[in-house]
Design a protein around this ligand. Structure first.
Ligand code: ADP
Length: 261
């Protein structure tokens, strides 16, 4: 417990620091882009330097997207938890998942009709599913299968989530499985840390699983990673089952940020 607390404090400190840097950096990018615009209009359209300006513009735009993601991560609004029907949420998010994974990857949805309701911020859960699907896509550059399933938890779902105090039948499992490259032990030990990424500069931010972790914790849930190199990966989320009537699923108030390619 002591370790977990220290870990949480460390994450919070890193988050605050990153938020501050991202904020200042965003202001600098604003100045760069503003002056670029001025320079572009000051020069004739076919001036050879226009090409250099366009390259600067491209890099600054990528920088702004990165700081945007950082700020969104660090300045997380308090979750707006509701009683949610996860089956309806999964069906609603499926078209976004399809758009994200492209044509080489096949999406399979397994939705048990009697899984039950959960209490979560629906926007956060949608975002988490998109983050998990983006990781699955990146792990399957040659294509494969992405399976998203929903069911009432069973005794076999316990594993590392056994700290969840409720019985399996009082939990709901949402699982995201890919047939991709899998992860070694080092990666599995570090993947929830903010900024931990194996994807190389400009490709990964290392914020995807850190924010999935935050979302699951806020909903009093648990998360398990089942993965081995070359065998694919399953990310299993479990949430306490809620006895309320689910609220009708409206379209997302906040637009989902589709993770970058
Ligand atoms: P990012 O995707 O920006 O790298 P994440 O926090 O989402 O950040 O993931 C951290 C790391 O965990 C990834 O860089 C990758 O090494 C590993 N990872 C996450 N999901 C998967 C997956 N489905 N298959 C293989 N590796 C994964």
């Amino acid at each position: 417990l002591q370790d977990q607390l220290r870990e949480a404090q460390k994450m919070e400190a890193v988050g605050r620091l990153a938020g501050g840097v991202a904020h200042d950096f965003n202001n600098l990018l604003g100045a760069i882009m503003g002056n670029l615009g001025l320079a572009e209009t000051a020069l004739p359209e076919n001036h050879p330097v226009q090409k250099d300006l366009a390259r600067i513009q491209g890099a600054a735009t990528r920088g702004a997207a990165l700081t945007g993601r950082l700020l969104a991560f660090c300045r997380r609004e308090a979750p707006e938890s509701k009683v949610v029907d996860p089956a309806a949420l999964l069906r609603g998010v499926a078209p976004l998942l399809l758009g994200l994974i492209g044509e080489r990857i096949q999406l399979q949805l397994h939705i048990a009709p009697d899984a039950g309701a959960i209490t979560v911020d629906p926007n956060d859960l949608e975002q988490a599913l998109l983050n998990l699907a983006a990781n699955a896509r990146d792990a399957m550059p040659e294509g494969g299968f992405l399976t998203v399933s929903l069911r009432r938890s069973t005794a076999e779902d316990a594993s590392a989530s056994s700290h969840l105090s409720t019985a399996a039948s009082d939990r709901v499992t949402i699982e995201v499985t890919d047939t991709g490259q899998g992860m070694d032990e080092f990666t599995q030990a570090h993947l929830f840390e903010p900024f931990f990424t194996t994807k190389g500069p400009g490709r990964g931010t290392g914020l995807g699983l850190a924010s999935v972790y935050g979302m699951v914790k806020a909903a009093h849930g648990g998360i398990d990673i089942l993965s081995s190199p070359g065998q694919g990966t399953t990310i299993r989320l479990q949430f306490p089952r809620t006895q309320g009537q689910p609220e009708p699923q409206e379209t997302s108030a906040r637009p989902a940020r589709v993770p970058g390619t």
